[in-house]
Design a protein around this ligand. Structure first.
Ligand code: SF4
Length: 285
């Protein structure tokens, strides 16, 4: 893997850089842009001549030991395929494709299109910059997400935050420092069971509309159900990683769910490689 110029470490303070370096995470850095060709050449030479980076594309940071517990039942192992519902056979929620943000949020909050509405405390709509060029798509709310109405909280959420920080982004940032985060399923499945194909199919128009409104330049799909919903495939994550897929014309990078990474830390390096592919894809968009 290529090494990068660590003199370019955007939007991170010294404490964050030290933390990432200590944990073996190489912070993704955009290619320097020069005003003229000669200057660009000089910059490129400087990058090549720069000292070795902290660590080449290692695994993202693990959350602190004191972090809140992960979902009681984490997403299923990503190497097992699940059936994908025939979306054409599932009644569509009318008019979602024309909704603005406020209408979409209100519609989700009152949705009873599938049985998951019966056990929810809150719908989990999404969070982040609604004009972000970078979008994270996860699977379904767990207990903490259901309680707080926000995706990716608890230990898995902290890991995702660390992963985002390592590429100079956050869930509260804006523009090039921001991201928009949403799940395929907006209501928590009982006891954190896997979502059923018809539940995924019924909820999917909401995510589709979120993608259409955000208009991201890259989507990182995390976890089996996110991947299968966006790409309409039963292929396991391991066979889909490392390639640039498309959803409604938007590049999609396939990766593991942070809850899975907490259980399988040996795959963190692969997840980090996926993030790097996403950043490269965004840079070339
Ligand atoms: S999971 Fe989706 S389709 Fe089912 S009730 Fe909740 S918002 Fe509606």
């Amino acid at each position: 893997m290529s090494e990068a110029d660590t003199s370019f470490v955007p939007q991170l303070d010294a404490r964050q850089r030290a933390m990432l370096a200590e944990m073996g995470v190489r912070v993704w850095a955009p290619r320097p842009v020069a005003a003229t060709a000669p200057a660009q050449n000089e910059t490129a030479k400087a990058a090549v001549a720069a000292p070795a980076p902290v660590v080449a594309r290692a695994a993202p940071v693990a959350p602190p030991a004191s972090a809140a517990p992960a979902r009681a039942v984490a997403p299923a192992a990503p190497t097992v395929a699940a059936p994908v519902a025939d979306v054409a056979q599932v009644p569509r929620i009318a008019g979602v494709e024309l909704m603005d943000w406020a209408t979409l949020r209100d519609t989700v909050a009152g949705c009873t299109a599938c049985g998951l509405c019966q056990g929810r405390k809150n719908t989990v709509f999404g969070v982040g910059d609604q004009q972000a060029d970078w979008m994270i798509v996860g699977e379904a709310p767990g207990e903490n997400e259901d309680r707080l109405g926000e995706p990716f909280v608890g230990a898995a959420g902290q890991l995702l935050d660390n992963m985002l920080r390592a590429v100079g982004r956050s869930r509260s940032g804006q523009g090039a420092q921001g991201s928009y985060i949403a799940n395929v399923i907006k209501c928590r499945p009982p006891a954190n069971r896997n979502p059923q194909p018809d539940e995924v199919a019924r909820c999917e128009p909401y995510l589709a509309r979120q993608v259409a409104l955000v208009q991201p330049k890259v989507i990182v799909a995390m976890g089996r159900f996110a991947v299968q919903s966006l790409l309409k495939t039963n292929e396991p994550i391991g066979r889909l990683r490392g390639k640039v897929h498309r959803y409604e014309g938007v590049p999609v990078i396939v990766s593991y769910h942070p809850a899975y990474l907490l259980r399988t830390p040996g795959d963190k390096a692969k997840a980090w490689a996926d993030l790097c592919l996403a950043m490269d894809t965004l840079e070339n968009a």
